[in-house]
Design a protein. Sequence first.
Length: 372
Amino acid sequence: MHNGPRSQWLPNAEIAFQRMLAAIDAARVSVRLEMYIYASGVPGDLFRAVLAAAASRRVRVEVLVDGFGSRPLSEDYWRPVREAGGEVRVFNPLSLDRFVIRDHRKMLLIDDRVAFVGGFNIAPEYLGDGVTRGWFDFGLELQGPVAAALGASFAVLFEHHDFVHPRLGRWRHTAVRRALRCHEREQVLATGPGLGRNVFHRRLLQDLARARSVEIVAAYFVPGLGLRRALRRVVRQGGTVRLLLAGRSDVPLVQTAGRAFFGGLLRAGVVIDEYQPQVLHAKLAIVDDVVFVGSANLDARSLAINYEVMVRIEDRRLAAEGRALLAAARQHAVPVKERQHGLWLRLRETWARFLLTTVDPWLARRQLRRLV
């Protein structure tokens, strides 16, 4: 498990699940799993079995699932893990006065030495190669100090899983508020309410300011003004920007809102492709030799409401391999062309954009003010 490069791509969730299960089976000290959506069935039941087996051999097992994303699980689903000695917690259990804020992060940490990050949840819809079946998603397997840094981030949300304020205020004084630099070329970017200004968004904009080649994959793409300006600036200064977005989406409202921005980006010279065979759920940005991978989408919910985690890695090899993966994916995408939209479609796009960029953040801020 510890041989080979410090980081390697997981080109689809099915391969990722195989690697993750093997890593849990080989764990000696600790297993920490954090998931927004954890569903029963395949592969969830298999993960539960190996987690219970790890706990039974006295490996410290900690599981954190989101109260909304994993709400279909029965109350006794995790009994085998708990009876074996593992600890399972639910982040922000459902309540009408705080249901908007969610833990959208997805990661697995083994012995604080190996980490798996990406966009994939543990659910049946991810099984497959992302082309012939299963949602299109990918991630990274990482080794070294980055795993320990992710572990520090995990520990804070695990401790505050009940999301009872005013403890939120104390988070402002923890290391999680900042980017956790775990190596000269690696950073963990943890974001969410109480953790300060969104460090992922800020770092992405900083990298875009001097970029020559930009590739972004986003399941949900509703860019703010700052990001739109940064992408247009790259093209204006002679660089290239290519977006790979969802042709098929599990959240049509977000897709509709995002398409409201296509015209301006296309006129600026940004290339947009939409992936066709399956639902696209990946979250990735490659800016020159810098790679961003993790749970965050480029929309208001990820950037201003949810708890998210991204890893930023400066690595020419990793960036080149990522671009090769995207080139292969574009064989299954169609280019977006600028076209005239009728009044009804423009109204739908405007309404969807208003809901996602104004109403949703307003509701989140309102609930937070009541809790702090």
